[in-house]
Design a protein around this ligand. Structure first.
Ligand code: AMP
Ligand code: TRP
Length: 334
């Protein structure tokens, strides 16, 4: 059976971008047709300035939202990265296969490091893609369902798998990224040239999964468009409009270009998009509220998930340790 792995960072409240670009598909498709693991990748949240209490809170919330979005622990494995040592264990070995030049070429690193403007950047921000490769490779993952922004990182995981296998013998499955048909990159409603990212400042351009319906409506109605009057789907020239059409298409199952033909005003399009988003998020919010009333349930899911994940990762990580030349501890089975 195909092995699927994906993750979400607890660096901020989860957004409509996370949902349409990744989580919704994990719940609707991936968990049903594959042997899938979904992870709250908390170690990754430590690569930028962080507040420990907030990371803990957001990790719990992200886990509840994964379940609220429809991940079913009977069908897939949901867990927290730091509960399974194999990720960090494998990451070090992969650092011995990756090069610093490769790390410095990562777009996300360049962007985030540039934002620091001369301030210091954590070393873990540079090595982050190696940890991500470890997340993926430890489980013999075939497919990594992610939004557009992660494809370069998955490519790196592929490169490291191939290189390791060539040098030290076949150990890793070579994974590939899979993306959604629409909404692979949901853009910020106030700045349609940049991604709707949860780690950015809270702003009117970001729809959070737990926003109240009226807040969602307000954010969508105030989305930046452009001065044109006709409704056409053109990602290059009419980015704000294209973003709304893609969001509407993703929520209603339509095609952005076809949907454009049905509107002759921005106002009507925004109104329908706002309602479509509210309806799409409604069941997630409701289920999240139920789960918050039962924190023991979520904790139990995470504990079982970590146990299952550990058992799955261990043999592959052990094989990598042996392959690269580390002496097995006395008494370890060969
Ligand atoms: P992150 O929030 O960076 O941990 O991302 C978790 C998942 O959501 C990854 O698969 C991302 O590619 C996806 N994702 C995050 N933001 C967006 C966005 N604005 N549009 C589409 N996918 C996104
Ligand atoms: N880097 C991913 C992001 O920012 C999160 C992530 C970490 C991930 N490890 C992963 C995604 C492994 C897929 C597979 O979105």
């Amino acid at each position: 059976m195909t092995r699927v792995f994906s993750g979400v960072k607890p660096t901020g409240h989860l957004t409509l971008g996370n949902y349409l670009g990744a989580m919704r598909r994990w719940a609707a498709v991936d968990q049903h047709r594959s042997d899938a693991l979904f992870c709250v990748v908390d170690l990754h949240a430590l690569t930028v300035d962080h507040d420990p209490a907030r990371v803990r809170r957001l990790s719990r919330q992200a886990a509840s939202l994964l379940l609220a979005a429809g991940l079913d622990p009977e069908l897939c494995t949901v867990f927290v990265q730091s509960h399974v040592d194999e990720h960090a264990r494998l990451s070090y070995v992969l650092e011995c296969v990756a090069t610093d030049g490769e790390m410095r070429r990562m777009i996300q690193y360049k962007e985030k490091a540039a934002r620091e403007r001369g301030g210091s950047v954590r070393l873990s921000l540079l090595t982050y893609p190696v940890l991500m490769a470890a997340d993926i490779l430890a489980y013999g993952t075939d497919e990594v369902p992610v939004g557009d922004d992660q494809t370069q990182h998955v490519e790196l995981a592929r490169d490291l798998a191939v290189r390791f296998n060539q040098r030290y013998g076949h150990t890793f499955v070579v994974p590939r990224a899979t993306g959604p048909a629409v909404a692979a990159r949901v853009m910020n409603l106030q700045d349609p040239t940049s991604k709707m990212g949860k780690s950015e400042d809270t702003g009117p351009g970001i729809v959070y999964l737990l926003d109240e319906p009226d807040v969602v409506r307000k954010k969508v109605m105030r989305a930046v468009t452009d001065s044109g009057r006709d409704v056409v789907y053109d990602r290059e020239e009419r980015a704000g409009l294209a973003n709304l059409l893609e969001i509407l298409a993703a929520c209603t199952g339509g095609d952005p270009a076809e949907l454009a033909g049905g509107y002759d005003s921005y106002g009507a399009l925004k109104k329908d998009t706002a309602e479509a988003v509210v309806e799409t998020l409604r069941p997630v919010r409701e289920r999240h509220k139920e789960l918050c009333a039962d924190p023991g349930y979520v904790e139990g899911v995470l504990e079982d998930g970590a146990g299952k994940a550990r058992a799955m990762a261990r043999p592959t990580v052990d094989a990598a340790y042996r392959g690269i030349g580390l002496l097995p501890p006395a008494g370890a089975s060969r």
